[in-house]
Design a protein around this ligand. Sequence first.
Ligand code: CTP
Length: 403
Amino acid sequence: MLAGKKIAIGISGSIAAYKIIHLVRLLVKQKAVVKVIMTPSARDFVSPLTLSTLSKNEVLIDMASGNTWANHVELGRWADLLLIAPLSCNTLAKMAQGHCDNLLLSVYLSATCPVMVSPAMDEDMWQHPATQKNIGILKKFGHTVLAPHHGELASGLIGEGRMEEPEMILAHIQSFLGDTTDKSLEGKNVLVTAGPTYEAIDPVRFIGNHSSGKMGYALAKECRRRGATVTLVLGPAPAVLEQDLSDITLIKVTAAEEMYQACMDHFESADIALMAAAVADYRPAAVSDTKIKKQESGLELNLVKTRDILAALGAIKTNRQVLLGFALETNDEEAHALEKLHKKNADYIVLNSLNDGAAFGADTNKVTVFTKTGEKFGFASKSKQAIAKDILDIIVKTDITTI
Ligand code: CTP
């Protein structure tokens, strides 16, 4: 998919630099041509020899080596994309201000290709107003910013600032540079649900789950890439999922009932509905207007069932509409998935089993897709972006609506 694409990767000084070794391998596997430029301090974190061996190209660090001058203008014009990852706080500030005291910055300033950055830093540095201002400047320059994630940081603290994982950076590059000739969903309206739902207990508490929303997000973007008009109904997922949604109609909801209403409002005009949300099955029967005070005795919550959105859409769907659901199972996986497929009148069900390493929040997953006509498609573990592509390929190829 990236065969022949020319990607310049700029590495700045951050411990996350070690992950770029894996990214370079992934890109080379995709037959992309990769050239690496490092800031002098990046050399402390990762070996140029490793990167030059993997990329099969000399790694550039200094403006001049021996009698040779590194032609930064040529490199910025050669690349189809300049990715700066990890982007340190220092390099970010210099980019925002137009400083040019190393080779990477001079390549950046003279680049005529699109620029993508993947910041990595400690949470306090990331959240500092100066850093946020600089990120805002890069966005104004038109650069794509892959927002960092919440997780364990090099300092040992847990917080926001973790660089995007290599598989996801690859997925972003693919959707940025990838095949734009695939218009297999041109003219189709697609409705996608993603993320968890939160069911309020009182003004400060809720019942929720760990769904990250990444699978639905990947599906929405893949449909958009194929030319569909996409509506994404998104539960309370991390803000990172709101980036890069140009041309996708985003409806943000909190509770299952809101998600149900949004889906009912948009289903009639949908040709395809992909239900990837982890909808809460129960909600408190009554929501307290005031904060429930701690009592000496325990607290019993009376829960009532939420409406099943997939089943509700299955009950009203017409022959021209395609409906796909997910099933997360821990035991008797295939039987339970098939039961959901038929009971909810879906056309496809995507099984992910906790026994296969499926995990909320992970960037990769291993799925099996079942169709209502009895077909079964198994896949190896891969990125959610790649899974989204496989799922859409199956829908396009099997075209169950005509059966
Ligand atoms: N789903 C839904 N509305 C609900 C519950 C689930 O639309 N209230 C959808 C999910 O989006 C998913 C599918 O139904 O596409 C299966 O969800 P899952 O949680 O695996 O199954 P449940 O039907 O909730 O059954 P259980 O939790 O008992 O496995």
